[in-house]
Write a protein that binds this ligand. Structure first.
Ligand code: GLN
Length: 317
């Protein structure tokens, strides 16, 4: 009768070149120690049996197994990648949601103009204040004036702030917020010009900024020859040089341009009365509502007047 202790002694005395003998021996011993055959097998010959079983599996099964494992791994990698991509897109969208893009034409002092590298002015400060109310970051996109409305209606920009006059025609392409400023279209001529009012513009050479309301009115004047410039100031310079007879342009920039030029004056008789508002894409009612709310609070708090007074010193409205 062999006890468990004997079993251990025998096991520990087995040397490596006796491995086979040991297996048989251990098999027998464990048969005696553990009456259940399965247990004995596990101790002595389990590994060999596994090896045998593995050897019997057909190659095709191995092949299928490997392919399955590879597919699983590939799917896992793809999943991870998609998750990362989704996260990046989410981050990008969150970033966009936080940015308020303003389309403008920074050739329109005191509403928007360059001070060094920076675009500043009444519209810029209004946009900044609105963005702040909305918890967003303002980004300014400077472009040609006639690109400002398309930029907003196509969704490239969120708001158009460009001393933009509300007109019925423009309302077909975008929505306007409540108005925030009044303006007039005025006529700039040389100091010694015979032109004294709108009626004298018939048959004259008139300079305008392309796509502005001034451009629109000029084209309605009988026999007038309309010169369209990219910048309002270029039209003013052309008048100064005698290349054209007059400029039709918004009142505030007119004052700034005439102050910078020499020998020019603004006629007392204004051309039209108009109002500026912020342009927003037709389908973006949510933003329209938010911006209107922000504008309202800027008006009520006196912040809007403050901004205007900072840029229009002499006759702040
Ligand atoms: N108020 C004018 C318009 O809307 C001019 C604006 C501008 O030149 N920025 O057409």
């Amino acid at each position: 009768n062999i006890t468990e202790d004997d079993h251990l002694v025998l096991l520990t005395t087995c040397t490596s070149d006796m491995t086979n003998g040991r297996n048989i021996l251990v098999g027998r011993l464990t048969d005696q120690i553990y009456p259940e055959k399965e247990k004995a097998k596990n101790v002595g010959t389990g590994i060999d049996e596994l090896k045998n079983a593995v050897g019997k599996v057909p190659v095709i099964v191995w092949f299928i197994l490997i392919v399955l494992v590879l597919i699983l791994i590939a799917r896992q990698i793809e999943k991870k990648r998609n998750k990362k991509k989704g996260k990046k897109e989410e981050e990008k969208k969150a970033e966009e949601d936080k940015t308020l893009v303003m389309a403008t034409n920074a050739e329109f002092p005191p509403y928007e103009y360059y001070e060094g590298e920076e675009v500043v002015g009444i519209d810029v400060d209004i946009a900044k204040a609105v963005a702040e109310e909305l918890g967003m970051e303002l980004k300014i996109e400077d472009m040609a004036f006639d690109s400002v409305i398309p930029a907003v209606s196509s969704g490239k920009a969120d708001i158009a702030l460009a001393g933009l006059t509300v007109t019925d025609e423009r309302k077909e392409n975008l929505n306007f917020t409540d108005t925030y400023a009044k303006a007039t279209q005025v006529i700039i001529v040389k100091e010694d010009s015979a032109i004294a009012g709108p009626d004298d513009l018939e048959g004259k050479k008139i300079g305008v900024q392309l796509g502005t309301t001034g451009d629109l009115y000029a084209s309605d004047i009988k026999d007038a020859e309309v010169e369209q410039y990219n910048k309002g100031f270029e039209a003013v310079q052309a008048t100064m040089q005698g290349k054209i007879d007059a400029v039709i342009i918004d009142s505030e920039p007119a004052k700034e341009f005439v102050a910078e030029a020499e020998g020019l004056k603004i006629l007392d008789e204004a051309f039209t009365e108009e109002e500026y508002a912020i342009g927003i894409a037709k389908d973006n009612d949510e933003l329209l509502e938010k911006v209107n709310k922000a504008l309202k609070s800027l008006k009520e708090s006196g912040k809007l007047d403050e901004i205007v007074a900072e840029y229009i010193k002499a006759d702040a409205e």
